[in-house]
Design a protein around this ligand. Structure first.
Ligand SMILES: Cc1ncc(COP(=O)(O)O)c(C=O)c1O
Length: 341
């Protein structure tokens, strides 16, 4: 079966359904974020200038502004990588993971190799499984959809002088303390991708960024269209980089952690359902025989969850469920228990 790499949770959400398919936080936008976005609308006549946003993001991660590239969402970063590294001979994507990196590589003409992490190993990375001659490696941390957080020292093992290693940290700010992040690490060939979409509920604004060595940033910028990130998106990047925002994200990460423990514990009471690996992200991957049918029945009961069969390495018996407040989880699990009887 050909996997539809272009399928994403947003197409599973419909009117009236409780959204457990898209892993974007639903909390109302704080005033300190809404105000600068709104104020920026008065400046739309001018082309965007990203200098202040670059400096703010660089400051947040203790990097040099020349090591930051603002992008139209993390998704654009994968396209830039695919376009820049046209001469890569052996690109490898570590799956199961978000499918846009592989889709971007394929549409740029790359022949993509896959390393598939297995449920029986808790979807944990084995650096030795990545072919030694891979000159471009892409991995998510924490990984969508497995929710597994790979260890920074294992990721470092993947870095080589003759290899570009892309670590997608779109969900890293949802992990308390960001213990395994490489965003502050100066490793030759390392490209870290981050997103403002998830924690700040900004999917529609399209804002993310790359942190990498200055030379690599220059190469990626060279294939980016001019003015890629809008003025409101740049205003959001500035606002989300200050100490207050970082502290709020840290608190949100703790809330998510508590809600996820509740979700995992509750899911374990569902007949036939299993989880593999340790969940650390704002979503949980579950194995449930007949999951494809259960997903349809859940829709009938008002809940949208993400199908698992469009992720390489999974299949129709997998579902991804977003972490939400405890009362939402309780309603979902009550229905799941009835369906799984
Ligand atoms: C792991 C991962 N990386 C990146 C993205 C894309 O994020 P953005 O909205 O910043 O393009 C997503 C979106 O679903 C994702 O799940």
């Amino acid at each position: 079966m050909t996997i539809d790499l272009g399928h994403h949770g947003d197409t599973e959400v419909g009117a009236g359904l409780i959204d457990l398919a898209v892993n974007v936080r639903h909390e109302p936008m704080p005033g300190w974020l809404a105000d600068p976005i709104r104020d920026s609308l008065t400046q739309l006549r001018a082309y965007p200038n990203d200098l202040e946003a670059k400096t703010a993001v660089a400051g947040r991660h203790h990097r040099d502004p020349g090591e930051v590239l603002l992008t139209a969402g993390a998704a654009q970063a994968f396209v830039l990588v695919a376009q820049t590294l046209k001469t890569a001979k052996h690109p490898v994507v570590v799956h199961p993971q978000f499918t846009e990196p592989e889709a971007a590589l394929r549409s740029a003409g790359h022949l993509v190799d896959r390393v598939i992490l297995r449920p029986e190993n808790g979807f944990v990375l084995d650096p030795s499984a990545v072919p030694a001659d891979a000159d471009l490696v892409i991995i998510g941390n924490p990984t969508n959809p497995t929710s597994v957080l790979h260890r920074a020292d294992e990721l470092r093992e993947l870095a080589r002088p003759d290899r570009i290693l892309v670590v997608d940290e779109a969900f890293m700010d949802a992990v308390p303390g960001e213990p395994e992040s490489l965003v502050g690490a100066s490793i030759p060939g390392l490209v870290v991708v981050r997103s403002l979409t998830k924690t700040w509920g900004l999917a529609g604004l399209r804002v993310g960024y790359v942190v990498a060595g200055a030379g690599l940033v220059e190469q990626l910028a060279a294939v980016q269209p001019h003015w890629p990130v809008s003025t409101p998106a740049l205003a959001a990047a500035i606002a989300c980089s200050n100490e207050r925002a970082v502290a709020e994200a840290a608190q949100a990460a703790l809330d998510i952690e508590r809600q996820r423990v509740h979700l995992v514990d509750s899911l374990r009471t569902v007949n036939g359902l299993s989880t593999f690996g340790v969940a650390r992200a704002p979503f949980v991957l579950v194995h449930l025989p007949g999951a494809a049918g259960v997903r349809e029945s859940l829709r009938g009961q008002g809940f949208a969850v993400r199908r698992g069969d469009t992720f390489p390495g999974l299949g129709p018996d997998w579902l991804r469920i977003a972490v939400r407040p405890e009362d939402v989880t309780d309603r979902l699990v009550k229905v799941l228990i009835e369906l799984a009887l």
